[in-house]
Structures are given as C-alpha cells and as structure tokens.
Design a binder for this molecule. Structure first.
Ligand SMILES: CC(C)(COP(=O)(O)OP(=O)(O)OC[C@H]1O[C@@H](n2cnc3c(N)ncnc32)[C@H](O)[C@@H]1OP(=O)(O)O)[C@@H](O)C(=O)NCCC(=O)NCCS
Length: 161
C-alpha cells in the first residue's frame, strides 16, 4: 500500500509490535497524550482503524479514527518531527476521510489544539471548518480545542477521494 501522496512510505494497519514506536512519537509530540495502553486498546478493538506509516523499517506517523453511522471521528494523527513536510500528514488524513466516506458517515469531525497551527492548516486545506471551541479541553496543559468538521454529503471527492 504505497500512498500516491507520500512516496516512500508504506501505510498499513498497526500491529502490537508498533505500539512502542507509536507511543514514543506520541510522547515527543503531545504533553498528556495517549499512553501505550490506550494504543493497545485500539488494537484490541480490532476494527483496523489504527494505521501506521513506515519507511525503511521506521514508524514515521500514525492515525487512529472511529467510524460511527452518522459521524466519523479522527482521534489521533501525528508525524514524527524528522518526517514532516513530506506529505505524510495529508496522506494519513486522506485515508481517514476516504474511510469515512466509504462508511457512509455524513460528517468527519476532529478536535485540535487551538495553538497547533500546522495541524489547523492541514485540516483547513482539506476542507474542514471550525464548528466550535472547547475551553480547557486538554487537561494536562489547559489548552483549548477547536472542533472542526467536514461535510461528507453531496461534496466532490477532493482531498478525501
Ligand atoms: C500536523 C502534522 C500531522 C502535519 O504532518 P506533515 O506530514 O508535516 O504534513 P504535510 O507535509 O502532509 O503537510 C500538509 C499540510 O499541513 C500543513 N502544515 C504542515 N506543517 C506545517 C507547518 N509547519 N506550518 C504550517 N502548515 C503546516 C500545510 O497546510 C501543509 O500543506 P502545504 O504543504 O501545501 O503547505 C504534523 O505537523 C504533526 O504531527 N504535528 C504534531 C501533532 C499534531 O498536531 N497532530 C494533530 C492533532 S489533532
């Protein structure tokens, strides 16, 4: 599964052996992010909505999402600092949007730290719009979150195609 938008990376379902690498990226990138146990629980759910991007045997990024009948939720998306600006974040987001469309969800939704300018730009470029704000959403840091949504009904395929 070599993605068109991020050449050199293989995107595949995560396996148990990937959890330490994913958790290491998570702790570098987020204060108060997911613990290894939380990633293991996603694997145990067994729904295949936890993907990793690998290059040369190294985990470079990951995405975790949930598909509900009406709404698809992006739970986690991160790219390791040394692999950024190569199109991988956009490709992982595209995988989520594509799965959300295929599932028949009407809307894709996510929460993002209000100070995460790169992530906000990524989501806005993919067509997400700000729907609201949750104050002090991230308990470890007290940061606020924007809730962003993408309407999946009656839209051209675009980035999520
Ligand atoms: C946000 C993140 C996933 C982007 O990953 P990436 O692989 O570097 O992104 P891409 O190379 O695919 O870039 C896609 C778009 O993201 C935005 N972007 C990425 N890095 C950016 C930066 N440093 N400044 C501004 N915009 C940026 C741009 O819109 C970019 O499109 P462009 O190249 O046409 O300008 C990555 O920076 C990251 O892991 N950040 C920390 C974790 C995080 O905030 N995750 C989101 C949680 S909700």
């Amino acid at each position: 599964m070599t993605p068109e938008g991020a050449p050199g990376f293989i995107i595949r379902p995560a396996a148990r052996e990937d959890v330490p690498s994913v958790a290491a990226i998570e702790s570098r990138v987020f204060v108060g992010g997911w613990s290894p146990v939380m990633f293991e629980m996603e694997l145990e759910a067994g729904d295949g909505y936890f993907l990793v991007a690998e290059t040369g045997g190294v985990i470079a990024g990951y995405v975790v999402y949930r598909l509900n009948p009406e709404e698809a939720w992006l739970l986690e998306l991160a790219v390791s600092p040394e692999f950024r600006r190569k199109g991988l974040g956009r490709e992982l987001l595209r995988r989520f949007i594509s799965a959300a469309r295929e599932s028949g969800a009407r809307q894709a939704i996510l929460e993002v730290r209000t100070g995460s300018a790169p992530a906000i730009s990524l989501y806005e470029n993919a067509g997400f719009q700000r729907m609201g704000m949750r104050r002090n959403y991230y308990s470890a840091t007290g940061e606020d979150a924007y809730v962003m949504g993408l309407n999946l009904v009656g839209q051209a395929a675009g980035v999520g195609g």
